[in-house]
Design a protein around this ligand. Structure first.
Ligand code: IMP
Length: 426
């Protein structure tokens, strides 16, 4: 039995899907525990590429139970569409469980987010516009929340939708007088129909996971977004609205952290960020564009070009410590192969002071000047290399520097999208 967790240590998009997919064979259960259809996971399976958003990456493998746990926010329409898209491609969906405690995203959540982001102008968070933050806001506020289990209590649901939608319509109309109000009956009918289709999947996933642990099943927790987007520990307010660091596993699944045997922190060999917020090592030059082109750094969900820059050991080390990782998986190392030299940010200078601590305020991070350690590049195609010892010495030195600065060992290195393009330390 083993309980493994895979979490991103940067601002998301660390290619966690590939690591989860590699490890899925060794696990009975794969669990998504936070976020919603803001996440985008690319998984290669049987020579095909699949882009998953809400469904756990284990969905492609027969015999694996996939769990969408309590901390996830669920857009039932998106959920069903993703299931149908997989079925259409011949994937047989096995045991798939959805928490009855998970909160539900409604069309008014998307509408609210659109007006709120618009009104922030240049200060917009740059969200994925999926209604994630507005749904979590209602969850924390409690009085406007609707959970998956509520979809099966028609009297409660009708009453709650009537009350909530009246208030949402008032707010949305205040922002936009020509706004076409939501109709509670229409939404009730629409969501009741989704609920009927999802009924076989909805259950108490916390009880299921506790039973799985007791029965000695191996469980894989699949992180979404990354540690620096964590609502409590990330670059607030430019974060997502749930605990996307390792801290979120306990919160979002009901499985305590002490049950986890192995926590793998996934990092890109460089930095990317989508949306707003400071990113000290961002390169607004031809090197940044080179990384974007070589790494195909465009958002899986929104298609937005990602902001690219050098590896930031201050930010990533902080993410690793908050998440409590045991080891690192360094992804997309091949993307840096054509560069003459490569840099790693080992400290910041803030108001003339050198620090290796990650600032708690976005305004301090915005003025942090990266202090780089420059290393020679390897200028060699490494995509065919299968053993760490066969990597060019410069690439090994680059990985050693990451391990030294983060103070965690590099256990896995990826040099391409295929499963074979993965190397493991002994
Ligand atoms: P939200 O999660 O849609 O509220 O967006 C909040 C912030 O998190 C924005 O900067 C998004 O670009 C970012 N974000 C959300 N999901 C992901 C992801 O899966 N990868 C990278 N960034 C994400």
């Amino acid at each position: 039995m083993s309980v493994t967790a895979v979490v991103g240590l940067q601002w998301g998009d660390e290619a966690k899907g590939k690591i989860v997919d590699l490890l899925t064979d060794q696990h009975d259960v794969v669990v998504r525990y936070l976020g919603g259809n803001n996440a985008g996971h690319t998984v290669m399976f049987g020579g095909e590429t699949y882009k998953l958003s809400l469904l756990p990456s284990g969905i492609l493998r027969p015999g694996v139970t996939n769990v969408v746990a309590t901390g996830v926010v669920i857009n039932p329409q998106a959920f069903l569409e993703e299931m149908t898209a997989l079925s259409d491609r011949g994937i047989e969906i096995g045991e798939l469980l959805i928490s009855d405690r998970a909160h539900v995203i409604f069309p008014y959540h998307m509408a609210e987010e659109a007006v709120l982001e618009k009104h922030r102008g240049d200060d917009a968070i740059g969200t994925t516009m999926r209604g994630i933050g507005t749904c979590y806001r209602d969850k924390v506020g409690r009085t406007h929340a609707i959970r998956m289990g509520d979809l099966y209590r028609p009297d409660f649901l009708r009453q709650r939708l009537t009350d909530v939608i009246a208030q949402k319509n008032t707010i949305l109309k205040a922002f936009n007088p020509t706004f076409d109000p939501f109709c509670p009956d229409d939404i009730f009918n629409e969501y009741t129909a989704y609920a009927d289709r999802l009924r076989p999947h909805v259950c108490d996933t916390t009880a299921f996971l506790h039973r799985a642990l007791r029965d000695g099943k191996s469980i894989l927790f699949e992180g979404a977004q990354g540690s620096l987007l964590d609502i409590d520990h990330g670059t607030f307010p430019y974060v997502t609205s749930s605990n996307s660091s390792g801290c979120g596993i306990h919160v979002g699944s009901g499985v305590p952290e002490r049950a986890i045997d192995r926590m793998i922190g996934v990092v890109k060999a460089y930095t990317t960020r989508v949306g707003g917020g400071p990113c000290p090592t961002e390169l607004d030059d031809e090197v940044g564009q080179h990384i974007r082109d070589e790494g195909n750094e465009y958002g899986t969900v929104t298609g937005r070009p990602r902001r690219c820059g050098w590896f930031d050991a201050v930010a990533t080390g902080y993410g690793a410590r908050v998440s409590g990782v045991d080891s690192l998986a360094v992804m997309l190392l091949d993307v840096l192969s054509k560069l003459d030299d490569v840099s790693i940010c080992e400290a910041y200078e803030i108001n003339g002071e050198r620090t290796a601590d990650f600032p708690s305020h976005a305004a301090d991070l915005a003025i942090a000047k990266p202090i780089y350690r420059m290393l020679p590049g390897w200028k060699q195609d490494i995509t065919g290399i299968r053993r760490l010892t066969d990597l060019p010495s410069q690439a090994r030195a680059y990985l050693d520097t990451i391990a030294e600065l983060l103070e965690f060992p590099v256990q896995i290195v990826s040099v391409g999208p295929d499963r074979e393009q993965t190397m493991f330390a002994d």
